[in-house]
Design a protein around this ligand. Structure first.
Ligand code: PLP
Length: 452
């Protein structure tokens, strides 16, 4: 007799499993997900939930997508894994060739790792060592932005020290500087002034720390974990120009924004600038397996060449360039690079636009309505009566998987969601938000806020 005949999946989980970003004492029951299909997830009782967060921003083309599953299965029967130091294999090389076709010629060197945090760690370490290798400088400082989130490993936390998720670990961080991020939204009147102030602060920091800054790191166009905070492309271009004028390298963390989320394959395409390092992960495998790349330029690569080992990049992970993950990524990129997918981004952009418009009519208290490509977001007012976790539950009851970040509600669906499904989701969201705003005024939000 197996354990699950006596206890539910949720009970068995509760007995043993410690979940990410969760206060286990007050956590609500987990959702027992047994299968997925397209944009839908199904629980044990066969209730369907529309995955409007792409399962933490990783899923692009739907759950259990057959083309990706088949590619992984074929690879598993050929070569499941081999160490990547001293060995190479077809799926890794093919993946770099495919990405090379999609990227500008400046970004032609590919370093593999397993997740967004490690992609960032690699970029930070490469930037630091670059200055040692080329001119024996110990550049220890990084400049980031308020709200910037770059992952949960110590280096990534250090450059994301001002995103609010890592305060318990502050004493471990290496020093970094954060400058304001000029977030903007529909009908924002003050964006020009906010951008000018941010650029001023950036320039002041660059001058103050001249010769010490290894790199500037930024999430281009959309800060994800900070609550889908969006900025204009011209701001990113101006910030990069400033950094370069002050002899500093530039890291774009496109772990979330990559692979079409912002309406172009990569967010940097809209900014007109190419970074020195591009970090990608999350969507790269279509949401099937962990994989990441730190992509850089030939001049950076050249700086690590020498007759001796001390200038080499001494970093790697056991599962670096895992062939199964590469096979998933190749199948996902094939789906990505179709005219159909580009059309879907345009259609989703329109669908969000009309959905947000409808929402503003029905729930006029929502604030800072914003959108970038396939991502839509808005904030609830300070005095809104329900906490994020309560809303999460209400949305689940309506068949929607949404995870508000603090007061921000956002939608980032997989690209397979239809116009009708999304329209329907917006109506349910309006229903939930309207009902919550009307009732429950007396109920203080007792639940912990859901993060990320
Ligand atoms: C999620 C995220 C990371 C961290 O990626 P993990 O795979 O969770 O380690 C880093 N940067 C950005 C912008 C992210 O959204």
């Amino acid at each position: 007799m197996s354990a699950n005949t006596q206890h539910t999946l949720v009970d068995r989980d509760k007995a043993l499993v410690w979940h990410p970003f969760t206060q286990e004492q007050t956590a609500l029951a987990r959702l027992p997900v047994v299968r997925g299909n397209g944009p839908w997830l199904y629980d044990e009782d066969n209730n369907a939930y529309l995955d409007l967060v792409s399962s933490w921003w990783v899923n692009l083309f739907g759950h259990a997508r057959p083309e990706i599953a088949a590619s992984i299965a074929a690879q598993a029967n050929t070569l499941e894994h081999v160490l990547f130091a001293g060995c190479t294999h077809e799926p890794a090389v093919q993946l770099c060739e495919a990405l090379n076709q999609m990227l500008p010629p400046e970004l032609g060197k590919f370093f593999f790792s397993d997740n967004g945090s490690t992609a960032v760690e690699v970029a930070l370490k490469m930037a630091h060592q670059y200055w040692r290798n080329v001119c024996s400088q110990e550049r220890r400082l990084f400049i980031g932005f308020h709200g910037g989130y770059h992952g949960d490993t110590v280096g990534a936390m250090s450059v994301g020290a001002h995103c609010g998720y890592h305060d318990q670990f502050r004493s471990f961080f290496f020093e970094s500087v954060a400058v304001p991020f000029p977030e903007t939204w529909q009908d924002d009147q003050d964006v020009d002034a906010r951008e000018a102030a941010a650029l001023d602060a950036l320039e002041t920091s660059l001058k103050q720390h001249a010769g010490q800054v290894a790199a500037m790191i930024v999430e281009p166009l959309v800060q994800g974990a900070a609550g889908m905070r969006m900025c204009r492309p011209q701001f990113i271009a101006q910030a990069v120009a400033l950094a370069r004028a002050h002899d500093t390298l530039v890291i774009f963390d496109e772990v979330m924004t990559g692979f079409g989320r912002t309406g172009t394959r990569f967010a940097f395409e809209q900014t007109g600038v190419v970074p020195d390092f591009l970090c990608v992960s999350k969507g790269i495998t279509g949401g099937f397996l962990p994989l990441a790349l730190t992509i850089t330029s030939d001049p950076i690569y050249q700086a690590f060449l020498s007759d001796t080992a001390d200038k080499a990049f001494s970093h790697g992970h056991s599962y670096t360039a895992n062939p199964l993950a590469c096979a998933a990524a190749l199948a996902s990129l094939t789906l990505l690079n179709t005219a159909e997918t580009t059309k879907v981004w345009q259609r989703l952009t329109q669908d969000h636009k009309s959905g947000l418009h409808m929402l503003l009519q029905t729930v006029p208290c929502i604030e800072r309505v914003r959108q970038c490509g396939t991502i839509a977001a808005f904030d609830l007012p300070e005095d809104y009566p329900s906490a994020a976790s309560q809303l999460h539950q209400c949305f689940l009851q309506e068949g929607l998987l949404l995870r508000p970040i603090g007061r921000t509600v956002y939608l980032m669906p997989p690209y397979v969601v239809t116009g009708e499904q999304l329209h329907n989701a917006y109506e349910r969201i309006a229903h939930v938000l309207g009902a919550q705003a009307d009732g429950a005024r007396a109920v203080a939000p007792a639940m912990p806020e859901i993060s990320i």
